[in-house]
Design a protein around this ligand. Sequence first.
Ligand code: DCP
Ligand code: MG
Ligand code: MG
Length: 356
Amino acid sequence: MRHILHADFDAFYASVEQLDRPELRGRPVVVGGSPETRGVVASASYEARRYGVHSAMPMGRALQLCPGAVRVQPRFERYAEVSRRVMAIFRDITPLVEPLSLDEAYLDVTDLVAPERPPGQIAAELKARVRAELGLTISVGVATSKSVAKIASGMGKPDALTIVPPGTERQFLAPLPTEELWGIGPKTAARLASEGVHTIGDLGKRGPEWFRARFGRMGEHLRLLALGQDDRPVVVEHETRSVSAETTLVKDTGDPEALQELVSRLSQRVASRLRRDELQGRTVKLKLRLADFTTFTRQVTLAEPVQSSEAIAEAASKLLQPELRPGRLFRLVGVGVSGFDWHQQEAVQLRLGGFE
Ligand code: DCP
Ligand code: MG
Ligand code: MG
């Protein structure tokens, strides 16, 4: 049996701002672009959340809900620095650390567990160290798998510690909405609800055939997740620097509609791999090869990391538009995402290097 922790900062960007600017402590803080630039909330302090403010909300709306909130422009370099420091603390506890984004990671602490040091205590020690050394709080979930640990770490935030004892995974998951499960987004959840499947417990009652019919190849994985079974290991070296997909056209084309359609399809392929690997990246790249084999790439680095096919396709289409000219024919199109949060340096190298 394994013992996995999932640790995640509470209101990460907002908490870093409150740490660096003591006058903001105890006050509603929202980090993100200004309403004038149609900014969105990246992170809201828990004081601001009491007013219904949450991340991804338009900033204008957030300031309407909570007029007393202080808006702060994001400082990504600073957050990356805090991230490096927390990951160093995690790695000091165990080398088996898998960062998921700047503010969260899985830790496999199986080998550290002893009768006098149960996994919950390791988690409590971790929280205490982060608080003492960084002045920030994390919430931690403790379980026998990644999936359950991650769901547990989201409960009771901020400054929470949620332990799911071995053998109680199914009970723990049963009352939760299906959306809590990895791979189930709002659309899928709505579809399931129309079939009377609202909770993970409802899902857990369905058989393998039911899952296969609805989720295809992913069905069995999802079924096991619903039952609290997930044997994905904590992966230490995230070798992935870029996720991309490309297609050589059967016949060279300059048709804008056909090219757009292809970009959408490639974006979907990239997005599904990003989802599978729980990755999101800031840099979207478009690779183009002309009829004469001239090959070049265009890329954009976004303010927010992306994972969805819509967001990737939107960025890639914007890169495609200026390249479309009457008579210019393309023989290959590729779409890629890189610039994963926790590998900033590699992302920079990639930008300097070629398309992978
Ligand atoms: N982030 C972002 N845009 C989003 C979501 C998150 O820019 N739509 C950034 C800002 C967050 C950070 O990533 O501070 C971490 O994301 P979390 O989802 O962990 O959110 P928080 O740490 O802000 O809050 P919580 O206490 O819910 O974890
Ligand atoms: Mg967080
Ligand atoms: Mg997080």
